[in-house]
Write a protein of this length. Structure first.
Lengths: 159, 105
């Protein structure tokens, strides 16, 4: 629990019993193996999650019906220490096309010996989601607010 | 900031998270939540009490029942939600990476 974090960020830190190269590889190339399977925006079941391994690359989900959902951009890809991607999902849990209104997730990997790695994650600039964020307090309980989108997300999660 | 910690702790419970998600979808009474979830009515009431104390939900009377909704003056819901999302995701990541490490060695 990090109460010092700015109110516009969520920060997490964990330690894994694995070398830094392996931790970076699983987090990026093998994201599909750990990403919560119910947290996808596709209508179809997920076939594959793709992380293009370079700055400027895309992160996208492929559905079993051939549909594609690009929901993030790789901003920094510096194995094995740094991975930053954008969060192009708006407050209605739809794809945000205005890049000024996207937040970002930064993950840093720090070796703690040969077989242990600390992973620090910061999901930051949440206020960049814009009006929806600023109006969240009024909107969240309303029928057209973020609450509806969250519900849709929850339905997907429950499906 | 103390209320935030309480909010996140309250959302760490999967049943409470499910209740919170459903209330974010639409305001509901206890009975409606109990019908939708595999949880007894008294248990739903208990979970709602915790969510209310954590300032994640509020309630208001509607005739003889009370309607619960996500507290618009409470914690920033997006932040609270992402907080629990990343908890879940990183816990899964840790399991996978350590399992793979065992397979390797």
């Amino acid at each position: 629990m990090n109460v010092q974090a700015p109110a516009t960020s969520v920060t997490k830190s964990i330690t894994v019993e694995a070398p830094i190269e392996r931790a970076f590889q699983v987090f990026t190339e093998e994201m599909q193996t750990w990403w919560p399977p119910e947290h996808h925006l596709l209508d179809a079941p997920l076939a594959e999650m793709v992380v293009e391994p370079r700055g400027g690359g895309d992160i996208y989900d492929l559905g079993t019906d051939g549909s594609k959902c690009r929901w993030a951009r790789v901003l920094r890809y510096e194995p094995p220490t740094l991975f930053v991607f954008s969060w192009d999902i708006d407050l209605q849990w739809q794809i945000e096309t205005d890049l000024e209104r996207t937040s970002e997730v930064a993950i840093t990997f720090t070796p703690e010996g040969d077989a242990r790695t600390r992973v620090d994650l910061e999901h930051r600039n949440l206020d960049r989601h814009g009006d929806g964020w600023e109006k969240l307090r009024e909107a969240v309980g309303g029928p057209d607010g973020w609450g509806l989108g969250l519900g849709r997300f929850a339905q997907t999660a429950a499906a | 900031m103390a209320y935030r910690t309480e909010g996140f702790t309250a959302l760490a419970d999967p049943t409470r998270r499910a209740i919170f998600e459903r209330l974010a979808e639409r305001p509901s009474a206890v009975g409606e939540l109990a019908e939708e979830l595999p949880v007894s009515r008294p248990a739903v009431s208990q979970h709602l009490k915790v969510l209310k104390e954590a300032e994640l939900v509020i309630d208001e009377p509607d005739g003889t029942r009370r309607i619960y909704r996500v507290d618009p003056e409470g914690v920033d819901a997006l932040r609270a939600y992402l907080d629990q999302f990343w908890n879940q995701a990183l816990a899964a990541f840790k399991r996978v990476v350590e399992q793979k490490e065992e397979d390797h060695s």
